[in-house]
Each structure stands twice: as structure tokens, then as C-alpha cells.
Design a protein around this ligand. Structure first.
Ligand code: SF4
Length: 70
């Protein structure tokens, strides 16, 4: 079994992504990383795991995205 003696360290990684929100609709509803869990009637961010309370009104508190001024 892997990690029988516990995990000694973690190897970190990071990356960047770009999301195209339609016009000025910068809310989770239009983000491809928002998942609507129909059976539970809730929305979740696939990047952070955060439960999204207001996906039609805002982005998550832990959202890693930064808007780009163009
Ligand atoms: S929190 Fe950010 S990354 Fe996650 S679904 Fe919402 S807009 Fe997308």
C-alpha cells in the first residue's frame, strides 16, 4: 500500500487557465469550471471545491481567476 508510513512531503504544482465569460457576465454560471450538481441542487467549483452559494450573481470567494483588462 502506498504511503504506509504517511506522506513525507508534497510536490507542489501550479498552472494558469483562461476563461471566456460572455460580455460582462462574470459570474460562475458562465464559467466552464462550475458544475451544477442537479441531484443535490447546488453548484460547485471544480477548481477549488467551493460550494457556490450565488452562482448566478457572483464568483466564488476562493475563485483563483483574475479579470483581464482589455
Ligand atoms: S469560482 Fe471562479 S473558477 Fe470556480 S466556477 Fe466560479 S468563476 Fe469559475
Amino acid at each position: 500500500m502506498a504511503f504506509e508510513r504517511g506522506i513525507k512531503y508534497y510536490t507542489k504544482a501550479e498552472g494558469s487557465i483562461k476563461v471566456n465569460f460572455p460580455e460582462d457576465k462574470t459570474v460562475c454560471q458562465y464559467c466552464p469550471y462550475a458544475r451544477n450538481e442537479d441531484s443535490l441542487k447546488r453548484w460547485k467549483c471544480l477548481l477549488t471545491g467551493e460550494l457556490l452559494l450565488y452562482p448566478f450573481l457572483s464568483i466564488g470567494n476562493e475563485c483563483p481567476l483574475k479579470l483581464i483588462d482589455e
